[in-house]
Design a protein. Structure first.
Length: 579
């Protein structure tokens, strides 16, 4: 619970005022039975109307004051708990934003959503409950026991027995409930992940007609959630009636033995009435405490899950050389294995490229091409070897400087809801309208002018209202407008036709190109126009040089070339080659 200390410091005074109000309200409730005893013993049995009015009026005054304290603590509880919930959600989101790739890989996206919503809501409700009723229960319970003991010590032995039995029931309830609630939260994660995966791949599901399989997957996750929910509630559903039964037996015994004491002249009717009322107050308090502990068990499980997010590895600290990048990239015997992996994804790879030059990385699927991009953006650090930027180890540079100096056009075009212009401006929020249009033209995104509102046209979530090729061209425009020293295209033209790709390649590799361009591709027709080509297979470098050199020395590159390229180069490629 250490992570909540800062929230307590932030809301310390409202919380303490609410606790004070709860204590005063509880004292008012505890005074009620004693005042009622005076009404009966002094006023009714003594036939004194003035005493009835006096003690009755005092009861009303105490009740009114208690109601005032109750209203105050309810207002404070609502404000503090909702503010804390908002801050906790924000801090959790900020933590997720700052996670390193290794940290983000530890928890599924569906689980992160559950932790940000369901788990933070559970903590918020618990804080609200503490400030409203949970604090009142122990005060009322202890106060009822003390005042009942003062009224009649012999009858209070019944209360002590009831408290001991109830305490044991609550203890075993907590012990049995906690692991069940933890399993319930994991089952909820599974349901959310299943739904998220379906929504992400809904078109693929429809294309392959795998409705039955997806329904079966969700049904299994949903059934598991139901079973875990039943198991988590089973202990509570048994414990709560048992506590009510135990306190009910105690109340019956108190009335029975109280009657005998009254006959023997050892007590008065008002005292018995007050004692029974204290028993009922204690019953209510014990039931509330049971709910407190059950809620605490759920909150503890949720808090631990939020704590797991907070404990995940942060992104690399933004410390080191802050000199802006010029664009010289050198891979020196780079070896890397993904966290938790057993086989290196990159094995002893070396290459270099300078500003104004281009490096194509080609190889079959799973060769490690995209992994080199992630390493270049320092999503991960190499296991051995080094990546040098302008001669400085990337690990000795500021992360912000590295990522500001590298523009990435990813393999999967990720666009966001908003306008076309908003998505292009992701590359440079300060860019002018002219720069936006120039970037779109270089990316061959002329279709934007044909859209109903041009650059102001709205894209749906994940840009579902445009085609894959259109998404890629907007994504490429976003990379162009950034104008970073290093431009990385991770198979970013896979959805484009040969002519459009050739025109974009002309913009990248033309005589006026000033950036360091790294092209990740599976197409020989793309790689062959780069200044240098790195051929990867199973993470290892099996060829490095120009197109002509590799055609003579690299068997794998020769096979790729023969499988993809006819004897005659297309007209579009010939045009680019002459640029």
């Amino acid at each position: 619970m250490g992570m909540y200390r800062k929230y307590f410091r932030r809301f310390k005074w409202p919380f303490l005022i609410a606790v004070f109000c709860v204590a005063c309200e509880a004292i008012g409730d505890l005074l009620g039975p004693t005042l009622m005893a005076h009404v009966i013993n002094v006023g009714i049995l003594g036939s004194q109307l003035s005493a009835v009015i006096y003690w009755g009026g005092l009861m009303l005054l105490v009740t009114a004051i208690g109601a005032g304290f109750a209203v105050t603590r309810n207002i404070l509880a609502s404000r503090v708990s909702q503010r804390l919930g908002a801050d906790l959600r924000y801090d959790t989101f900020q933590k997720i934003m700052s996670l390193s790739e290794a940290g983000a890989d530890q928890i599924e996206a569906g689980s992160l959503i559950t932790r940000m919503t369901n788990d933070t809501t559970q903590v918020t409700q618990f804080v609200n409950g503490i400030m409203r009723v949970f604090m009142k229960a122990p005060i009322t319970c202890i106060g009822s026991i003390v005042l009942a003991s003062i009224l009649n010590l012999r009858l209070s032995l019944i209360i002590y027995a009831v408290v001991i039995v109830t305490g044991l029931l609550v203890y075993y309830s907590m012990k049995l409930s906690y692991p069940r609630f933890a399993l319930y939260q994991r089952a909820m994660d599974r349901v959310n992940t299943t739904v998220q995966e379906y929504l992400s791949g809904v078109r693929l599901v429809k294309a392959f007609g795998t409705y039955d399989e997806e329904s079966a997957r969700f049904s299994g996750a949903n059934e598991n959630l139901m079973q875990k929910g039943i198991a988590s509630q089973r202990v509570i559903t048994i414990t709560s009636p048992l506590i009510t039964f135990v306190v009910g037996i105690g109340t019956v015994l108190a009335i029975y033995f109280g009657g005998h004491l009254f006959v023997a002249g050892a007590t008065q009717p008002g005292d018995i009435s007050a004692f029974v009322t204290y028993m009922l107050q204690m019953l209510t308090s014990l039931m509330t405490l049971t709910n407190v502990f059950n809620t605490f068990v759920r909150t503890r499980a949720s808090s631990n899950r939020i704590g797991e997010v907070m404990a995940c590895a942060d992104d690399f600290p933004d410390a080191g050389d802050t000199t802006p990048l010029q664009g010289v990239v050198e891979l020196s015997h780079v070896t890397f294995t993904y966290p938790g992996g057993n086989v290196p994804a990159i094995k002893d790879v070396s290459a270099s490229v300078c500003p104004g030059e281009s490096l194509a990385i080609i190889g079959p699927t799973g060769a490690g091409k995209s992994t080199l991009c992630w390493l270049l953006l320092r999503f991960y650090d190499v296991d051995s070897g080094a990546i040098l930027l302008d001669g400085v180890d990337i690990r000795d540079r500021s992360v912000d400087v590295v990522r500001a100096g590298v523009a990435l056009v990813p393999q999967k075009s990720m666009l966001f809801s908003g306008t076309v212009e908003d998505n292009i401006l992701w590359g440079d929020p300060e860019a002018s309208d002219a720069a936006v249009r120039d970037a779109a033209n270089r990316a061959q995104a002329g279709f934007i002018d044909d859209m109903p509102d041009g650059f102001a046209s709205t894209l749906g979530s994940a840009a579902v209202n445009i085609s894959g090729g259109q998404k890629q061209r907007i994504s490429i425009a976003r990379g162009f407008i950034r104008d970073a020293p290093i431009l990385v295209l991770d198979d970013a033209t896979s959805a484009l036709d040969a002519i459009t790709e050739a025109k974009i390649r002309g913009e990248l590799l033309g005589a006026n190109a000033h950036q360091t361009v790294i092209l990740v591709t599976q197409r020989c027709t793309t790689a062959m126009f780069a200044d240098k080509i790195l051929v990867l297979e199973n993470g290892a470098s099996i060829g490095y040089g120009t197109h002509e050199e590799l055609l003579k020395t690299c068997t794998t590159y020769q096979e790729i070339y023969r499988s993809q390229v006819d004897s005659n180069i297309s007209l579009a490629d010939a045009t680019v080659r002459g640029v």
